[in-house]
Design a protein around this ligand. Sequence first.
Ligand SMILES: [Zn+2]
Length: 226
Amino acid sequence: MRRPLTLLLALAPPAAAQSPAPPWAARLIAGYPGLVTQVTASEVVLSNGTRLPRTLGPAGAPLSPAPTTDPGRTRYEPFFDAIYGDCRKGTVRLRDVAWLHGRGGGSIRVTTANHVAEQLEAVIRDLEKLPPAMTRYLVPHSGGYSCRAIAGTSQRSMHSYGIAVDLASAQADYWRWSGGEGARYRNRLPAAIIAAFERHGFIWGGRWRHFDTMHFEYRPELLPGR
Ligand SMILES: [Zn+2]
């Protein structure tokens, strides 16, 4: 069980301008190597010179049952635009990655930025070691890159940045399919699959109050202690 983290996403109040770098600063710098260079008392500084207000503190949540926070729905878009590009402008760099070829998985499209494609290949190498009985959770996958908004919102999905993958929808539980707001938490995905993704920086959508158990996204800053 990972330790719960504190939600740090609120706009920094004026008093915070004097505060030291937050505890997540090191994870952010490590998770975006060569891209995030510094977290100051008030800003996140990127290597290309972009300076963003320090509003993008990561969040985490304990594993099931009953996650109570929503790190997947509280994202700071300008940060992801700066790191990965804007799909509406065609600036997201993409590559097709072989998805469990030996099990008939085809391929899946993700970004090459921030080593995401390579990290997904590391996940896949771990998934290939899992028993054949788990293939039904993985194949067919339900998509990687897709330039779209999160259902029911105007916020861009993490699929728009090429950093998210969806597993087999037939085995998935999703809050919208389970009655909508206030849906009772449910998950069928084996822990070994979740661990394979999170070991390489892809956080599981089943951690979120608005759960989406087929969804993983590359958010190394949310996964301490890897
Ligand atoms: Zn998804």
